[in-house]
Design a protein around this ligand. Structure first.
Ligand code: UD1
Ligand code: UDP
Length: 464
């Protein structure tokens, strides 16, 4: 690339704060970085728009250990890391730290576009910082709504605020477009692209095929360790060790030495959690997982469920494994101390319930494919399930993804233990029926795996 063409390159600053943002923005970064030649597909030959971007990745560091393995898996190398995370972080303080850090990065880089994804506090605060400097904002996964201010909390308000600040709204579905139109967003600024999670899942399914082969090869060579899942052992408090390290903070510094820290550690089976609460002691091998007849994969992390909701979720899990003897639960426990405290105190040491550290994406996708049922309050997992044909019980009072329910792959249960148990027991029976299972794997209503490409193309026209 000569100097002149380099100078013409449009600069796109991509913000990543949490695990799902890395997953869902990785395909966009990949598309932005594609060489120009790769764009001229037959059907799109009239719009050779690619390869003109200079992509800069800024981590806010809202999540730390939980994003590092994902950066590695997608081959992403951040240019900045604001390192804002502190244990048990307060939303207002988190917002302040992201705003302050972003000011410096935006002043230094002066990008043409800022891209944010979803509804996290990182995305909201970064968009606000860009607005203050009159930088154009593209919002990936725009237009999701529950119309309930406190469900999910604070995400419903985060995404509404982002919509007010945004110039280009990349809506994953037609329903999301309608939501934005109903709020007065101009139709010419809304683009239905599909959800980039489908792109990410496809990228990982390719990798996971290679991984399956690697697992077999490793097993044959007697190197089973690297395919182990880490089970959570005793807490540091229980062992009388001091609480975890305090987070180091810095803002707006060019990330000269991004080391990746414990990146990929969970793959090695020696993951040490950043919350400082738990350390691995036992392991759960893939061979053992293979023997589970009815695998139930569980995740839970929503702030609005802390307390009674999460207690209800734990009671339901105990009830389900009590009733169904062939069932075993694998529950990668989110690093949020509020989640860990409840989940570990209620479920640790229970037979057929494996509490494990957060898993890297390849391992998690492997388990989703292997599962008979998923119980979750995650947004991304609701979107992935239709591609994998696994039934999902959504442990939330509302969902901004009714498309999964309409597609017949997800069921809304709330956090009432009886309702979750009833649905789970019914679905565990139903999945044995081939017809039912076949009906679950249909076209994914959230996208076709080309959302990232569409978004990168849309950043070009009419914005010079
Ligand atoms: C955040 C997002 C939520 C998203 C979720 C994805 C907000 C307000 N919430 O929720 O929308 O669905 O991420 O998982 O933006 N922690 C670690 N290491 C990590 C990550 C978290 O130790 O790598 C611990 C820290 O103590 C941290 C706490 O978890 O303070 C909470 O993290 P935070 O990002 O505020 O909330 P999440 O519940 O993860
Ligand atoms: N995920 C993962 N490992 C785990 C749990 C989840 O790779 O141990 C993936 C999951 O497949 C999905 C994303 O993380 O793509 C969802 O993240 P999370 O539930 O934290 O956030 P949400 O989607 O609710 O915002």
């Amino acid at each position: 690339m000569d100097k002149r063409s380099s100078a013409r390159k449009k600069k796109v600053l991509v913000i990543m704060g949490t695990r799902p943002e890395v997953i869902k923005l990785a395909p966009v970064v990949e598309a932005l970085n594609r060489p120009e030649k790769a764009w001229s597909r037959k059907t799109e030959s009239a719009r050779k728009t690619g390869g003109r971007f200079r992509t800069i990745i800024c981590l806010t560091g809202q999540h730390r250990e939980m994003v590092e393995p994902f950066l590695k898996i997608f081959g992403l190398k951040p240019d900045y890391d604001l390192r804002v995370m502190v244990p048990n972080q307060h939303l207002g303080e988190l917002t302040g730290r992201v705003l302050a850090g972003m000011k410096k990065v935006l002043e230094a880089e002066k990008p043409d576009w800022l891209l944010v994804q979803g509804d996290t506090t990182s995305a909201m605060a970064a968009a606000l910082a860009a607005f203050y400097q009159k930088i154009k904002i593209g919002h990936v996964e725009a237009g999701l709504r529950t119309d309930d201010k406190y469900n999910p909390f604070p995400e419903e308000i985060n995404r509404r605020l982002i919509s007010h600040l945004t110039d280009f709204h990349f809506a994953p579905t037609e329903l999301a477009r309608q939501n934005l139109l109903a709020e007065g967003v101009r139709p010419e600024n809304i683009f239905v692209t599909g959800n980039t999670v489908v792109d990410a899942l496809k990228m990982i399914l390719k990798k996971s095929g290679r991984e399956d082969k690697k697992i077999k090869e490793n097993r044959a060579a007697g190197r089973e360790k690297i395919i182990r899942i880490t089970e959570i052992g005793a807490t540091e408090q229980e062992r009388g060790e001091p609480a975890g390290r305090s987070a180091d903070r810095s803002t707006g510094q060019k990330n000269s030495g991004f080391s990746g820290g414990k990146s990929g550690a969970s793959e090695r089976g020696d993951f040490v959690s950043g919350s400082g609460l738990n350390r691995a002691e036992e392991t759960l091998s893939f061979d053992r997982v293979k023997k589970i007849k009815k695998l139930i994969l569980v995740t839970a992390h929503r702030r609005e469920s802390f307390g009674q909701g999460l207690e209800g979720i734990c009671r339901a899990i105990l009830e389900i494994v009590g009733r169904i003897k062939e069932a075993e639960v694998i529950f990668p426990v989110h690093l949020n101390p509020a989640v860990r405290k409840t989940v570990l105190s209620r479920l640790k040491g229970q037979e057929r319930i494996h509490l494990v550290e957060p898993l890297d994406y390849v391992t998690f996708v492997h388990l989703m494919r292997r599962a008979s049922l998923i119980l979750t309050d995650s947004g991304g997992i609701q979107e992935e399930a239709p591609s994998l044909g696994v039934p999902v019980v959504v442990m939330r009072e509302t969902t901004e993804r009714p498309e999964a329910i309409q597609a017949g792959v997800a069921w809304l249960a709330g956090t009432d233990p009886e309702k979750i148990t009833r649905l789970a027991v019914r679905l565990l029976k139903k999945v044995e029926d081939r017809e039912f299972r076949r009906g679950l794997s249909r076209r994914n209503p959230f996208g076709d795996g080309r959302a990232g490409l569409r978004i990168s193309r849309l950043l070009k026209p009419g914005d010079t």
